[in-house]
Design a protein around this ligand. Structure first.
Ligand code: GLA
Length: 577
């Protein structure tokens, strides 16, 4: 299949749906609620869970401050901080617009900025971008004048010989910067002169373990917030940051669904976020840490384990893996809608219809009520039956797929495979669609179970809580098995890690995130965490990666608690201790 060059693709820059848009258009002042704004943090306790983590963070933030001064001979003005994300359940369904349940983690990326005023003799119209890990991520220098027209003039990545963008660490910074310049125009009223970029000194410190916990997307989001602040955009709304970060990222060629950015922006300590995408984006907190201090009562913990599979960055693997799955899910939805005559599907982000659109339309026309477990189980069974009836085999060629869509191959390629290029000769529409429809029910059931476990928690003993934990675990296990078998995005390492965790006491275990490597997440009753971690060390890391030191294994398998989302930290009075 011919690949289009990224420069020939239509622009992914479409306006985000934000209150700022209507404020600018109507010129009526829009006053957001405080809880809708990206918060400012004034102490480490505003950001991180208590305990060992804050001791580590105190040392890290103090070191960042010292390193910045040593490097640039001036203090940090502010820091934009974005966490990594871990998805509990609802994998590969956000781009089909179904709800997902991610959480923000304590590990994060910090973008520390000093603005050099024009009157300062050091104002040289340059942006110096450095990284604490300078050997891995070398310093880059940009000229502020090069960013005058962010949309047309600024390449974030140069196309390589085979047309995939060549990405280095600064591409994510440039993506966030370009997003800030583009989208800030929507929230600065027409009477306000556009703010030019000031001279800046920047130092990045990232601690999100790679790959698979969205470290690079977190850098885009933190940069966006930092650059909005640098050009004096007041009061950044969470919905604005979410939309701008999700859309900016698409410039790198990934047709992602928004789950990562929702976790970054809306994340809340002790909670996972039930993120829905229809009718508007919403994030509802689901409490998943039952009680910190009460060690006698039942409590669930989260253990992460790194597969340590080396994968290229997302932008490079997108055309072979991630973007192919998005196309398969989208085309399955469009073909099903046509075959079952449900009418036109609402289009996601200018791309195509969604399986959520198809599912909702079928449920509506059949009168199956939503929010009722038995009815939804019935709906899922029926919709899966229709999917299997429509797609009687595993793989279809592009010609066969276009025929089912009722359009030419050329039209199909230009509509669905050009803005986000893919390299695939055959598409598996059936298994991808079945996974999405079944996984969305698992995600809903999982959230409902956690909510009821928490409501009943005070009255639980370990014995009476066990059925909840078993049910949650079974849903996670089923999710993993479906991702491995139907969605084909697991890997032998993730399969082994989940199996070992389950055998040694985890209530449930699954791959998390995009897959093809990355991390697994296990939910484990508090009194069995040690046993699970020790089994993963000896039965997985010692066997699969015998060269690793004990310290390296410690960095690969660890427990996490859900943490707060993105914050802006003005450094003047910030307490590092
Ligand atoms: C990546 C994407 C997300 C989501 C996950 C899989 O992280 O960026 O939007 O699709 O994969 O659930």
């Amino acid at each position: 299949m011919a690949l289009s060059s990224p420069s020939a693709a239509p622009s992914p820059w479409t306006a985000p749906q934000s209150h700022f848009v209507s404020a600018a258009a109507d010129s009526l002042p829009h006053l957001p609620d405080v809880e809708d704004l990206v918060p400012a943090a004034h102490a480490l306790t505003d950001i991180y869970p208590s305990g060992a983590i804050s001791a580590h963070q105190a040392a890290r933030w103090a070191a960042l401050r010292d390193c910045f001064r040593a490097l640039y001979d001036r203090p940090i003005s502010f820091v934009a901080r974005t966490p990594g994300r871990v998805n509990l359940i609802g994998e590969h369904i956000d781009y089909s617009w179904f709800p997902v349940l991610p959480m923000a983690m304590p590990q994060d990326v910090l973008v520390a900025v000093a603005i050099v005023p024009d009157t300062d003799p050091a104002a040289d119209e340059r942006i110096v971008l450095s990284n604490v890990q300078s050997a891995l991520y070398p310093t880059r220098v940009f000229n502020t004048r090069d960013f005058f027209d962010p949309v047309s003039n600024l390449p974030v990545a140069a196309p390589s010989s085979d047309n995939t963008p060549e990405i280095d660490w600064s591409s994510y910074f440039l993506t966030g910067l370009r997003g800030a310049l583009t989208f800030s125009k929507l929230c600065i009223s027409s009477s306000t002169t556009f703010m030019a970029l000031p001279t800046m000194r920047i130092l990045v410190d990232g601690e999100i373990p790679a790959p698979g916990l969205s470290a690079s997307s977190a850098l885009v989001c933190a940069t966006l917030l930092a650059m909005l602040t640098a050009i004096h955009v007041p009061l950044v709304e969470k919905s604005f940051l979410f939309n701008s970060a999700a859309m900016s990222e698409r410039a790198l060629g990934m047709n992602s669904g928004g789950m990562d950015q929702a976790a970054f922006v809306y994340g809340l300590r002790d909670h996972a976020m039930l993120v829905d995408f229809r009718p508007l984006v919403s994030a509802r907190p689901v409490r998943v840490v039952l009680d910190h201090d009460d060690t006698e009562s039942p409590n669930l913990c989260f253990v992460l384990a790194n597969t340590l599979v080396r994968v290229a960055n997302r932008a490079e693997t997108g055309p072979d893996l991630f973007n192919v799955r998005v196309v398969e899910a989208t085309l399955a939805a469009e073909i099903l809608a046509r075959r079952y005559n449900v009418g036109r599907l609402e289009i996601r982000d200018g791309f195509g219809g969604t399986l959520r659109g198809f599912y909702d339309k079928v449920c509506q026309s059949e009168g199956w009520s939503m929010g009722n477990q038995a009815s939804e189980e019935h709906a899922v069974r029926e919709v899966v039956r229709r999917i299997r009836e429509m797609f009687d085999r595993e793989a279809y060629t592009l010609e066969e797929t276009a025929e089912m869509l009722g359009i030419s191959v050329q039209d199909m390629v230009s509509q669905y495979m050009t803005r986000f290029p893919i390299r695939a000769k055959k598409l598996n529409l059936r298994d991808r669609a079945v996974h999405v429809i079944e996984e969305q029910l698992r995600a809903k059931a999982f959230s409902a179970l956690f909510a009821s476990a928490f409501a009943a928690y005070r009255n639980h003993t370990l014995a009476t809580a066990a059925p909840y934990f078993d049910a949650l675990g079974s849903l996670m296990n089923a999710s993993h098995d479906s991702l491995a078998r139907l969605f084909e995005c697991s890997c032998p390492e993730a399969d082994a890690l989940t199996k070992i965790a389950r055998t040694h006491g985890a209530a449930g275990s699954r791959m998390t995130g995009i897959g093809w490597g990355g991390f697994t997440i296990s939910i484990v009753q508090a009194d069995r965490v040690e046993e699970v971690i020790s089994a993963l060390r000896t039965e997985f890391y010692d066997k699969w990666y015998p060269e690793l030191t004990s310290e390296e294994i410690g960095r690969a398998v660890f427990q996490i608690e859900p943490a707060n989302g993105t914050v802006l930290v003005p450094m003047e009075n910030f307490k590092c201790g």
